[in-house]
Design a protein around this ligand. Structure first.
Ligand code: FE2
Length: 332
């Protein structure tokens, strides 16, 4: 049995709901603990931790001995989850791969806000969980805001019932324009070649067709792609409904020289979204935000179905790295 001492303390601003807290905080109280001790503890408690991440939305691990990116990779591996590779994803963020399981969270510049979203919910292939690791805390700003999607959707159902009905009945469709080469100045600047893991137009078309997308090649070599109809709301196995999509991020943030956010997203039948309702949903999400106050060595385990995340602007150097867990986390 592991002898690691841990506790579940409270943190300023932590939110309390019936049967859950947000986020759940677990601290390591054994000052001499090694990474090996921590890995043994994770292996023993994996099922409990997985359940706690799902119930509460996020676990913030603080004061654990995770001194480097390599240590973070080992910390992740101790859970035994199946990896979700950035290379295999259709994410539109530019990222730098660090280890087998770890990459930079997003290479977008410090003055770019990344709005609330469920990771890759704008594609048919998304991770079940995310893990973040703070290697270097920024001088100021740079928190990772989190929002409980089930709490958000409950509020929306009370305030915006018609919009919620439209979302549930019609779903959503997303359009984005991918550049012909990575554009690191944009939060969505990943090239079509990298996104679709191909060097040729034919390869891109084959992949898109398989995923049910429609597309158009633009004169400047960019690729405009529209997703199949994707659900806007999911019901979790325990009955909670979550606003599982990229609506807020797409509407507020899919803005660069190639993309116009007001055209980026429609209902599944092509009808325009109720602008006031979308902006109200974004405001409620902001009211519900918990900003993770990063300390070096912190690890956050986010259940991608339950909690949305984003990124605040910052100054100075910020290195928050990420790792993704496949949706079928324990499959061989
Ligand atoms: Fe993200």
């Amino acid at each position: 049995m592991s002898t690691l001492k841990v506790s579940r303390p409270s943190l300023p601003g932590q939110q309390f709901y019936e049967g859950s807290v947000f986020p759940l905080v677990i601290t390591c109280d054994s000052p001499d603990a090694t990474l090996e001790d921590v890995k043994a503890w994770i292996q023993e408690n994996r099922d409990t931790l997985t359940e706690e991440a799902s119930v509460n939305g996020t676990i913030l691990f603080r004061d654990f001995p995770v001194p480097s990116v390599e240590a973070f990779d080992e910390f992740i591996q101790a859970f035994g989850y199946r990896n979700f590779k950035y290379e295999d994803s259709l994410s539109n963020a530019v990222r730098v791969v660090k280890t087998e399981r770890v990459f930079t969270a997003n290479e977008a510049p410090p003055n770019v806000t990344i709005f609330f979203h469920h990771e890759m919910a704008q594609t048919p292939v998304y991770p079940g969980k995310l893990m973040f690791y703070c290697e270097v805390a920024p001088e100021s700003g740079g928190a990772t805001p989190l929002c409980r999607s089930d709490v958000l959707y409950e509020r929306m159902q009370r305030e915006l019932p018609e919009f919620c009905r439209a979302c549930e009945e019609k779903g959503l469709k997303y359009t984005n324009v991918m550049p012909a080469a990575n554009d690191p100045t944009s939060g969505m600047g990943r090239s079509w070649q990298s996104t679709l893991a191909t060097e040729t137009k034919e390869g891109a078309e084959t992949r898109l067709a398989k995923l049910g997308y429609s597309w158009e090649w633009l004169d400047d070599g960019c690729l405009k792609a529209t997703t199949p109809v994707l659900p806007a709301v999911r019901e979790l196995p325990d009955g909670r409904k979550v606003f599982f999509n990229q609506l807020i991020a797409a509407y507020k943030g899919w803005k660069d020289t190639r993309n116009d956010p007001s055209k980026a997203i429609t209902h599944g039948d092509g009808t325009i979204l109720d602008r006031d309702a979308v902006l109200r949903a974004a405001d409620i999400a902001e009211e519900l935000a918990f900003d993770v106050p990063w300390q070096v060595g912190d690890v956050a385990l986010v259940d991608n179905y339950v909690a949305m995340h984003g990124r605040r602007t910052f100054t100075g150097t910020r290195r928050v790295l990420a790792s993704l867990v496949a949706a079928d986390e324990f499959a061989e």
